[in-house]
Design a protein around this ligand. Structure first.
Ligand code: NAP
Length: 243
């Protein structure tokens, strides 16, 4: 069984790769640049588990690069059984100060990429009558967050896309679910100010941030046959942020 994980050189994507490798999946890593895998032991850690692992460089906001990547993964691995749409960026600013370029970039990388990858990979999954897609949404796409109108739009769209694709492909035995992380320790959240971090912490019932491995364990369930009758769902993993 083969899992393709976008944006998996570091952060949550790398933790998902490691966890799915422990589950026995061969891993097709993706990131936007080869440099992301330099001075980075994630590939060695995954290969040490005895599974096959290769890196496929592509900018997932570009449809043609996604097509080339999916084709290469299929040729080298034989199938794509699990697709994790994890690549994502932030370009935060209050809407009044946000540039059009930063709005468009976040939509392209976070949202259009999910369309690209799902459209291309489900062509294989439909034919093999089997597949699991897991999309990385965010609590911000559900509840909103000041300074993130671009990011919130992209993540809310992912939730609508997840439910739509679940309805379109359920009869082909392809499941499509989303996870909505809250505040997780990664390079993406390291960029927040101390004030922003403390504000988030005060709203979390469990009074701590999450770890990438705590996202990976839910993704592992959604990638497994234990979740064979779960589709179109959005699972919040946020330590009780919203309750
Ligand atoms: P991260 O540490 O910044 O990792 C994201 C990875 O995606 C980076 O390696 C990044 O490479 C890569 N990437 C960016 N643009 C790409 C592109 N066009 N094509 C291919 N790869 C690209 O982020 P993270 O915190 O692990 O987040 C992973 C996912 O979880 C994202 O979708 C994020 O929105 C979501 N999420 C995170 C949190 C959180 O608290 N961390 C909360 C909710 C949701 P570069 O560094 O070169 O850009």
């Amino acid at each position: 069984m083969v899992a393709l994980i976008t944006g998996s050189a570091r952060g949550i994507g790398a933790a998902i790769a490691l966890r799915l490798a422990k589950d026995g999946f061969d891993i097709a890593f993706n990131d936007i640049s080869e440099a992301m895998f330099e001075n980075n032991d994630i590939l060695d850690k995954v290969r040490a588990l005895g599974v096959k692992a290769e890196v496929f460089i592509a900018d997932v906001s570009k449809y043609s690069q996604c097509e080339d990547m999916a084709k290469a993964v299929k040729e080298q691995f034989g199938s794509i059984d699990v697709l994790v749409n994890n690549a994502g960026i932030t370009r935060d600013n209050l809407m009044a100060r946000m540039t059009e370029a930063d709005y468009d970039l976040v939509i392209a990388v976070n949202q259009k990429s999910v369309f690209n990858m799902m459209k291309i990979v489900t062509e294989y999954m439909r034919k093999q009558r089997h597949g699991h897609i897991i999309n990385l949404a965010s609590v911000v796409g559900v509840y909103g967050n000041p300074g993130q109108v671009n990011y919130a739009a992209s993540k809310a769209a992912i939730i609508g896309m997840t439910k739509t694709v679940a309805k379109e492909l359920g009869s082909r035995n392809v499941t499509c679910n989303a996870v909505a992380p809250g505040f997780i320790h990664t390079p993406m959240t390291d960029k927040l100010t101390e004030e922003q971090k403390q504000k988030m912490l005060s709203m979390i019932a469990m009074k701590r941030y999450g770890e990438p491995e705590e996202i990976a364990s839910v993704v592992s369930f959604l990638a497994s046959e234990d979740s064979s009758y779960v589709t179109g769902q959005v699972i919040e993993i946020a330590g009780g942020l919203s309750i």
